[in-house]
Design a protein around this ligand. Structure first.
Ligand SMILES: NC(=O)c1ccc[n+]([C@@H]2O[C@H](COP(=O)([O-])OP(=O)(O)OC[C@H]3O[C@@H](n4cnc5c(N)ncnc54)[C@H](OP(=O)(O)O)[C@@H]3O)[C@@H](O)[C@H]2O)c1
Length: 281
């Protein structure tokens, strides 16, 4: 077993937290970093990168806010240089399906001279329970600018398991794992299944992209995030990623987790429970 810790950039994130937990359970030493750790790692402050990487040989890398943003490419070029210089040998990059910017970042990592894996994911199930859609579900109405586009959402527990395999198994190195769940679903369909599982209705309402962006502007979302939201809902969710892909099977030899199982375990976690909502109200 490699004695140097495995670096996790995005320790507190939806995937990073799970990757770290799994690695530790398998007995690996880890160094999880983000803006709030010591040493810190901040994508906006390149002067923090080297210290965070020093003494590590393999890294799980999640970029913020998204590889689709225009400056991601130059950040990843710089990141790969510092990584090589700091002695890193293997990078596992979390990427998104159907994003032109993400594809450019992937190519930088693939051509960096380090060994690599790309974990290229569909939309996460956990956006409904740990991300920006949670608020809508809590309020009983999810309002988004997307209609019947099919998306084969993926479980972040599957992503974390694939990332851990990519970090710890050299026979998997230098491969792209494109991940989705087993079923392409629409947002209204997700809300219908979620409502049935919860036993209370969470309505789905479609609005225009302009209305959506206007509402987010009103809430004070920064310019970069407004740009990103428009990009995600107009480009990434235009149906280009509707077909399921099989990276979970390829890496792990088992099928990807279905939305039904995600609903069961998330309900058990209590995140959508009426009691929790009453307490936080
Ligand atoms: N959500 C999806 O459906 C989806 C689909 C495909 C790909 N992706 C990709 O997934 C990546 C995000 O991964 P994730 O969902 O696991 O993470 P996440 O849940 O978005 O991570 C959130 C954490 O990132 C840290 N963070 C925020 N800004 C940072 C910065 N400037 N520098 C360093 N850390 C920062 C924060 O921790 P601190 O406050 O401690 O810094 C925060 O708690 C993105 O690149 C996104 O494009 C997402």
């Amino acid at each position: 077993m490699n004695p140097s810790p495995i670096l996790i950039i995005g320790k507190n994130g939806k995937t990073g937290s799970r990757v770290e937990q799994r690695l530790q359970a398998l007995g690996y030493a880890t160094r999880g970093v983000s803006r709030s750790t010591d040493p810190a790692f901040d994508w906006k402050r390149p002067e923090t990168w080297r210290e965070a990487m020093q003494g590590t040989q393999a890294a799980y890398v999640t970029y913020q806010p998204d590889l689709a943003v225009p400056h991601a490419q130059s950040d990843i070029i710089k990141f790969a240089e510092v990584a090589r210089d700091a002695g890193l040998r293997h990078i596992v990059l979390l990427s998104g399906r159907g994003e032109e910017g993400a594809k450019m970042a992937e190519d930088i990592v693939i051509n960096s001279g380090l060994t690599w894996n790309i974990v290229r994911a569909s939309w996460f199930f956990q956006n409904f329970s740990e991300g920006f859609m949670l608020q809508g579900i809590e309020s009983g109405e999810l309002v988004l600018p997307v209609g019947d586009t099919l998306e084969p959402f993926v479980d972040v527990d599957d992503i974390a398991e694939v990332a851990v395999a990519a970090l710890t198994r050299s026979d998997l190195h230098n491969r792209v794992f494109e991940l989705s769940g087993p079923r392409a679903m629409t947002f209204p369909q997700c809300m219908a299944e979620l409502s049935q599982a919860l036993g209370r209705e969470v309505k789905y309402t479609r609005i225009s992209v302009d209305e959506f962006i206007a509402a987010l502007t009103e809430e004070g979302l920064p310019e970069e995030m407004l740009w990103l939201m428009r990009e995600l809902f107009t480009v990434v969710l235009d149906g280009r990623n509707s077909h399921p892909v099989y990276g979970v099977e390829e890496a792990l030899g088992r099928p990807a987790t279905d939305f039904k199982h995600y609903l069961e375990k998330t309900m058990e976690s209590g995140v959508w429970s009426v009691e929790r909502l009453d307490v936080s109200a």
